[in-house]
Design a binder for this molecule. Structure first.
Ligand code: PGA
Length: 239
């Protein structure tokens, strides 16, 4: 694991530069994307680079990590809506090449088919990840088996509490999500994980210094051959 420690803005700029290089070298690449507060600044930087003509998403294909079960893409808290409003609607991407797992009427079989689609597209070249305060990646909560492919997951109380800030009340936070599995994530050729703020410090410590154990799902990333972690001082404060 390569660790880069800087302010959130500088981390976003450095990561955006990695995307600029990758898209320059491989305009048809497949990106694995993430939602949440963590990638917002990176998406701002990517939009700015695209508007400045320094990067193009024209031929890029994307697969998002996860989606809430029961929310369709028109729901403002759905991850499809997030991606459209933070990135896809603001850059020159072909929306038909953007994929977010379907959260409505989804079965485990349909969910697992997402892995087949990713394989058919050639696999993910660069997967973006955040990390939950409990060490989850995607919605792979503590205890998720390492060999999980895209599947339906019940969300833990901790995750529902962490995400309730986006909803009017905890009752509105969905109880399940569809998430790429840990195996799906580990199959990507390259990974960038970003983590900012004190509430991520414990999870970051477990991920980087802890035993590889599925009580901290992100600890598996120690075994990935090309994983770069961008953190600020607060997220690094327990290292
Ligand atoms: P956040 O979520 O970016 O909103 O902190 C990250 C995660 O839970 O994976």
């Amino acid at each position: 694991m390569k660790i880069i420690r800087d302010t959130q803005r500088n981390c976003a700029r450095m990561a955006a530069e990695e995307y600029r290089k990758l898209l320059g070298e491989n305009p048809h690449c497949v990106l694995g994307l993430a939602t949440g507060s963590t990638p917002e600044m990176l998406y701002e930087e990517l939009v700015a680079l695209c508007k400045a003509g320094k990067l193009s998403f024209k031929d890029v294909t994307t697969y998002n990590l996860d989606e809430y079960v029961g929310l369709d893409g028109s729901h403002p808290q759905s991850y499809r809506y997030f991606m459209d409003s933070h990135l896809f609607n603001l850059v020159d991407i072909d929306k038909t090449r953007t994929h977010v797992p379907c959260g409505v009427g989804v079965t485990d079989e349909m969910a697992a088919h997402y892995d087949d689609e990713i394989k058919q597209a050639g696999g993910v070249d660069l997967q973006l990840l955040g990390i939950g305060p409990n060490g989850h990646i995607g919605f792979n909560e503590p205890g998720t088996p390492w060999d999980a492919v895209t599947h339906i997951v019940p969300l833990t109380d901790a995750t529902r509490q962490a995400n309730k800030r986006f909803f009017n009340s905890i009752d509105e936070v969905p109880e399940k999500a569809v998430s790429m599995g840990i195996k799906t994530v580990m199959q990507s050729r390259r990974i960038i994980l970003m983590a900012f703020g004190k509430n991520k410090a414990q999870a970051v410590k477990g991920m980087i210094e802890g035993r590889i154990d599925n009580s901290v799902p992100a600890s598996i990333l120690q075994l990935h051959p090309d994983c770069t972690v961008y953190i600020d001082d607060d997220a690094a404060s327990m290292l």
